[in-house]
Design a protein around this ligand. Structure first.
Ligand code: NAD
Ligand code: UDP
Length: 312
């Protein structure tokens, strides 16, 4: 039975990854300090093959049993979380990634870094392919997250090139699904919560900025394919369907049958104006592409919350 360590395993993506690995017959050790994750996300897991270790990845971590895979997801991910925790975000991206890589090296385990489309910043190339170096403001408020992830990528490549660790880097584009925290501040859980409470949907700017939204099960499939591949350079995983934020708000209003209005609020500093992945690499090298479109994924998300979805 392979053993996987999932850092950040009590978070949104990490908990879905734990489910997927257990279903595939792995032993899973979930390492999390519960900063933005919750025990609720993993309380449904009852298997004896699952272990939870409450630990801050900024500190050295020791696992006294063989480890075959290290999935490193620990990091605040939502803008409101990393703006609230700027130093912690920089430390988990640097020291935390160093510790996770050290763990993989010691156990000769395959390693996957959860990087982000934020490494492209406010992109001047559209769609974004992996060869694009990005357009990041290092000293703006989002810089703590963007630069932490860029450093984490550099560190991961150095462990691969100098230390021979079997590393992989996934650049994740906006992903959603059940278990996102209603108050985590990201667009989809925020709009869903507001729509269900019949409160106005808070669209930032004019809502003309775009994002590409990937359903969680598609993303996790990409993780599994990538970590078992021989690709060591970054790979975009995301859904290339591109929507304005206003379009997103309107779809959520329709699916929830909500009578909420839309209010326009100030656009946060350095908010990327466009974002869409070029997934040519994932398609050709991993045979991966998303299978769930936005509307279907939103229906699955709402059903997962026990919400009846409007028919229209
Ligand atoms: P999340 O906030 O739900 O999960 C992050 C988890 O990491 C939480 O459980 C948190 O408690 C844990 N954590 C934070 N700091 C830690 C530390 N120092 N030690 C141990 N655990 C720590 O967010 P998510 O959406 O599940 O994101 C998971 C990863 O994927 C993050 O690395 C994020 O940067 C990356 N990512 C996510 C998205 C997305 O759309 N969801 C997009 C790009 C990148
Ligand atoms: N957004 C919005 N209203 C909200 C939350 C987010 O209009 O209540 C916008 C935000 O400005 C951004 C987009 O939705 O342009 C996606 O934001 P999110 O925080 O989900 O992800 P990220 O900015 O990291 O892509």
């Amino acid at each position: 039975m392979p053993t996987s360590v999932v850092t950040g395993g009590a978070g949104f993506l990490g908990s879905h990854l734990c489910d997927r690995l257990l279903a595939a017959g792995h032993r899973v050790i979930c390492v999390d300090n519960l900063d933005t994750g919750t025990l609720e996300n993993i309380e449904h897991i009852r298997q004896p093959e699952f272990a939870f270790l409450q630990h801050d990845m900024i500190q050295h971590v020791t696992i006294d049993e063989p480890v075959d895979y290290v999935f490193h997801l620990a990091s605040p991910a939502s803008p409101i979380d990393y703006l609230r925790l700027p130093l912690h975000t920089l430390k988990v991206g640097s020291y935390g990634t160093h510790n996770a890589l050290g763990l993989a090296k010691r156990h000769r385990a395959r390693f996957l870094l959860a990087s982000t489309s934020e490494v492209y910043g406010d992109p001047q190339q559209h769609p974004q392919s992996e060869s694009y170096w990005g357009h990041v403001n290092p000293i703006g408020p989002r810089g703590v997250y963007d630069e932490a992830k860029r450093y984490a990528e550099a560190l991961t490549m150095a462990y691969h090139r100098q230390q021979g660790v079997d590393t992989h880097i996934v650049r994740i584009f906006n992903t959603y699904g059940p278990r996102m925290r209603p108050h985590d501040g990201r667009a989809i859980p925020t709009f869903v919560r507001q729509a269900l409470e019949d409160k106005p949907l808070t669209v930032f700017g004019q809502g003309q900025q775009t994002r590409s939204f990937c359903f969680v099960s598609d993303l996790i499939e990409g993780f599994i394919r990538l970590i078992d591949s021989e690709i060591h350079t970054p790979v975009n995983i995301g859904n290339p369907g591109e929507f304005t934020i206003l379009e997103l708000a309107e779809v959520i209003l329709r699916l929830t049958g909500s009578r909420s209005s839309i209010v326009y609020e100030a656009l946060p500093q350095d908010d990327p104006t466009v974002r869409r992945p070029d997934i040519g690499l994932a398609r050709s090298l991993l045979g991966w592409e998303p299978t769930i479109g936005l509307e279907e994924g939103l229906r699955l998300t709402l059903e997962g919350m026990g919400v009846e979805v409007a028919v229209a």
